[in-house]
Design a binder for this molecule. Sequence first.
Ligand code: SF4
Length: 265
Amino acid sequence: MTVELQNPKLETLSPSRAGDFKTCPQLFKFRAIDRIPEPTSIYQARGTTAHLALQNLFDDQPDERTPERLFDLFREAWTEIRGEDEFEGLFADTEEERDWGVESLKLLANYFSIEDPTTFDPEDRELDMLEDLDGITIRGILDRIDRDDDGRLIITDYKTGKAPPERYALSAFFALKIYALLIRQRTGETPKEVRLLYLNGPTLYRLPIESHHLDAMDGQLRALWNAIDRALETDRFPTRPGRLCNWCSFQDICPAWADAEEPAS
Ligand code: SF4
């Protein structure tokens, strides 16, 4: 099946933005269509830096992948990126930045209680995925892919935020299942498992993958793409107020919250 793209604004869709549309179409519009910049939080800065450190850890020989080395890589990564515009003015003073660094290293130390990086070499890291799924173009960066002892592929996503309770974990796998679909498209192999590795916890959530799960995701993605196409044509992006609004950068300009500040009559 080929899906004709009606609006040239949407050329590719990332798993994250697909998740945004699913959660709140208006949030998707703010991010993917209007491209309104969002302020970087200290948590996002920690996530970006930790991802870089974990990625670089596997450049070293297995026996060098120690906690101390990971801490050094975090410091090096932060030194490298802290001058970028998006991190400007993030901390009030050097003490606040130091406290943030200490907290970040504590979080990174948790990594070693989840897995032992001296025992394996990833198949790939920070993998740029751009795949055409029969008319739908999906693009995203996959954190890590490994092969287990049986030669099967395992996809891992690092998370520095707090792990959701297990009953809510399934929805957190949405983006990873899209990545599993992209991997199947690229390699012809169905990954055996997707894993969410939460440093904050620490918690590891694992979801076994079967080919029919990916067929279902393919259908879901097509329905989502069509829904986005319709939203673009009609310029209708409904709001979905909920818990996420508490963390949404766009609450001030969101139609769902337009009257929130008005005095009661
Ligand atoms: S504030 Fe809530 S309803 Fe509005 S865009 Fe953000 S998540 Fe959606």
